[in-house]
Structures are given as structure tokens and as C-alpha cells.
Design a protein around this ligand. Structure first.
Ligand code: SAH
Length: 249
């Protein structure tokens, strides 16, 4: 029987992860519970099965906004999912963010979208908005799961707010300063979340984005990012998704 969690919709949850390592960990957990069905569409592998008591479809999103948009659109058009949840790593750009902290997005925005002077900078042309709001119930559930996971780790803080996305790996203090100046409320920078947000907006699909801070998007990012990925990312995302789906306290 599925646990009755008020924040989770009744249907299957689409889970997108950014890195192959995270998919492996989630699939291992899925296989341990039940048979897994694989469908390949658009060069993407969609795994349907049961994860911690919930029906889920797990897929690798790819890197960058276009790859993520293709994956998200295919996922919600070809599978009977009720919500999309993206889990991955990001660079922390707000003051006070540290590697190992977790950010749950209230909203997502494309920091490299600029059709000015035709439209205000960051505004998605013809939509009249520059940010997409995530589902509050899903985000609340993810935030609770992250808090429980971090309490177990004994380190790291949970933040909630704006996550920004662009087709750039941000790796300089100057770039971080420029992002902070133009988007003072941004907490973290990554490459996919806002694409998921725009796709879900088009299809009225609830979504949430959770990112674990792997680097500070500064001159050390190119070293910090792969180190965090190799040593921690898989364990963090699996642990948080487990708390999220099973709703355990
Ligand atoms: N793993 C790939 C490169 C990944 S690019 C490789 O090594 O070949 C970085 C990924 O992590 C993206 O999916 C992005 O969403 C996230 N990310 C982490 N830190 C980031 C940063 N400082 N700037 C932009 N994206 C970042």
C-alpha cells in the first residue's frame, strides 16, 4: 500500500536526475523492490517501477536546458506521471551557502535568457514571466526529506528560494558577483531546473527542484564539482529521495 502523504499526488512520480551515478543508485533501489520496465525514447532511457513504495519513472535528464526540456516533455507526454521532481547538484552563489547544503527551489529562472530590448531581461518571450513557481506541496515534502537526511549526516543546511539555470558552468568569482548583482535573491546556479519549470508550466504539471551544493561557482568549481559528485552526490540524492517517497520520520 502506498503511504498517504498529503504532498504527493496519487499517480506515478517522474524523477529526473542530472548525473549517471544518481540514476544507478535510484535504479538499484528500484530493482531491489520490483521488476523495472525500460523504454528508450529520443535516446533517453525511462525506467518505470516502484521506488520506496511509490510508482516512479526515473530518467537521466542530460546536461543543459535543451536536453532537460526534451527529457521532461517526453516524460510527461509518454508516461502517466502526476508530477516531476528534479534532483542534482548546483553551485551555491548566495552568501552563506556551503558545499553540502541543500536548496529546494521556490521558483526557477533562466539567467542567460535576454531578449532585451524587446522584452525585459530574463523574461521568457511571450509568456510575460521570468520565473516559474514550483509546487508548494512537493517542495515542502522535499524540504522535509532533506532536513531529515541532513540531520542524519550531521552537517549541511537547508535553504529555500530561487534557483537559476543557464547553459553555462559558472566557475568564476566575477561571474558569481554579476549574477548576484542582477539577481540578488538567487541562491544557486545550475543548468536544467528552469527548463523543467517552463515545460511543466506549459503542461500544467506540478514540479519541484532540489539541488545539493557541490561548489561555489568560483575559480575552484571545476575541482570541487567533480570531487563532490564522486564522493557524495549519489548518497545525498538517494537518501533524500528515499525520505521524500517513503515519508518516514
Ligand atoms: N558531469 C559533466 C559536466 C556536468 S556540468 C562532466 O564532467 O562532463 C555541471 C552539472 O552540474 C550540470 O548538470 C549543472 O546543473 C550542475 N552544476 C553544478 N555546479 C554548477 C555550476 N557551478 N554552474 C553551473 N552548473 C552547475
Amino acid at each position: 500500500m502506498q503511504p498517504t502523504l498529503p504532498e504527493l499526488p496519487a499517480g506515478p512520480i517522474g524523477i529526473l536526475a542530472a548525473m549517471p551515478g544518481e540514476i544507478v543508485a535510484l535504479l538499484g533501489a528500484m530493482r531491489a523492490q520490483r521488476a523495472v520496465d525500460l523504454k528508450i525514447i529520443g535516446q533517453r532511457e525511462f525506467y518505470s517501477g516502484e521506488l520506496f513504495g511509490r510508482r516512479c519513472v526515473v530518467v537521466l535528464a542530460g546536461i543543459g536546458k535543451v536536453a532537460a526540456a526534451i527529457t521532461a516533455t517526453t516524460l510527461l507526454q509518454s508516461f502517466d506521471v502526476a508530477a516531476l521532481v528534479f534532483v542534482g547538484v548546483a553551485g551555491g552563489i548566495a552568501h552563506g551557502m556551503a558545499v553540502g547544503d541543500v536548496v529546494v527551489a521556490d521558483a526557477v529562472l533562466q539567467h542567460d535568457l535576454d531578449a532585451s530590448p524587446l522584452f525585459p531581461r530574463f523574461e521568457v518571450p511571450l509568456l510575460g514571466v521570468n520565473r516559474f513557481t514550483s509546487s508548494a506541496p512537493l517542495s515542502n515534502g522535499l524540504a522535509r526529506a532533506a532536513e531529515r537526511f541532513l540531520a542524519g549526516v550531521g552537517a549541511g543546511r537547508l535553504h529555500r528560494g530561487l534557483i537559476i539555470s543557464g547553459d553555462q558552468f559558472v566557475h568564476s568569482a566575477n561571474h558569481v558577483r554579476a549574477l548576484r548583482d542582477s539577481l540578488p535573491d538567487a541562491l544557486a546556479v545550475e543548468m536544467e531546473g528552469a527548463a523543467i519549470g517552463q515545460v511543466c508550466d506549459a503542461f500544467a504539471m506540478p514540479f519541484a527542484v532540489l539541488r545539493i551544493i557541490s561548489d561555489a561557482a568560483d575559480g575552484d568549481a571545476a575541482q570541487d564539482f567533480p570531487r563532490f559528485l564522486e564522493e557524495h552526490a549519489s548518497r545525498y540524492s538517494l537518501g533524500i529521495v528515499k525520505h521524500f517517497l517513503s515519508g518516514d520520520d
